[in-house]
Design a protein around this ligand. Sequence first.
Ligand code: FPP
Ligand code: MG
Length: 340
Amino acid sequence: TAKRTKKVPQLPNIWKREDVKCYLDHQKKQTYQYLLSLPLVSWLITLLQDFLLDILRAGPLPTHISFIMDGNRRYAKSLGMPIIKGHEAGAITLLRMLYNCKKLGIKTTSAYAFSIENFNRPKEEVDTLTRLLAEKLDEIAVKAQDVKDELYGSSFKVVGDRSLISRELNDKITNVERMTAVNDVDEEKTSLLYICFPYTSRNDIYHAMYNTVERVKYHGMSTESISVESLTDAMYFDEFSNKCDLLIRTSGHTRLSDYMLWQSHENGMIEFSTTLWPSYTFLEFYLVLVRWSFFTSLQRFQTSGFSARGQMFNFVREALFSKGHGAPIPLEELPPPPVA
Ligand code: FPP
Ligand code: MG
C-alpha cells in the first residue's frame, strides 16, 4: 500500500514546531513550482542550459549514453500517488534526457525501460508499462518527424526479446522504426534512441550465441570467423551502440541488473546516483558529463604521451633559462676536455 505523505497543516491550526516546518516546506515548494511555471523563468533556464551544453561540446563527449531508470515506484509512493504516476513522471524525465543528449549531439542514447524480470510484477503494472511504451512510441514518432521539435530527425529503435510482447505492440514498434529509419546519407549525423523493452543482457548474449551457432550449422559460416566482433554484431545493440561509454543508474542501487554486461567496455564509466529517476535533474546529469569529459581528456593525453608535468617543467625551464639569460650550454657546444 502506498505510504501517504504527511498532511500539510493549515495556518490557524499550526501549534507544533514540526507543523511549522512542514508548512514552510510546502510553501517553499509551491513558490518554486510557481516560479518555474512562469514562461520567462523557464525560457531563461532553457537558455542557461543550452549555454552550459555548448560549453561541454568543446570537449570530448560519449558516443553512447545509457540510463537505468530506477526509482519510479518509490517516487510515486513518497508523494502518496499511485505507481502509474511514478512511471509517467519517469517517462517525462526520459524525454528531458533525450532532449539534452540530442542537443549535445550524442550519437546513441539508450534506456532500460523494461527488464525481462519485470514480467514478474503485478499484471496491472506490466500492462501500464506496455501501454506507456505504446503511447511514447506514438509521441516520439510525431516528434521525430516534426521539424520544430528538438527530437526532429532522430531514429528510434526498441531492443530486446520481441517474442515476449504482443503482436499489436510488435507491429506498432516496427511501424515507428520504419518511419524514423536512418537513410545511408544521414547515417553519420542522425541521433539514435534505443528503448530496451523487454531486455536483459544475458538474454541478448544468449540470442547472439544461438544465432551464430545456427549460422555455422546451417548457413556455412566457418567457426574461424567467430570473433568478439562477430558476436557483438549479432546482438540487439548494433553499430554506434555496441559500446557504452557512460551508464547512469539512479535511485541508489549499485548493481547492473543484467544490463550492459557486454557493452560496458574498458573505458566505459558507470555512475550511480541516489536520486530517484523522476527527480533526476539537468544539473546532476551535466556534472556527470563534465566528470566524464575531464577524465576522458586526461586519459587521452596520457595515452598520446602528453605529460602535463613535463609540459610545465619545459615551460618553467624556458621562462627561467631562455637564451641570453644564462641558458644551459648544450654538451656538444662545450670545448673538448684538456688532454691528460
Ligand atoms: C524502474 O523503477 C523503472 C521501470 C521498471 C520502468 C521504467 C519506465 C519508465 C521510466 C517510463 C518510460 C517507459 C517507457 C516504456 C518508454 P521501479 O519500478 O523499479 O521503481 P522502484 O525501484 O522505486 O521500485
Ligand atoms: Mg527498482
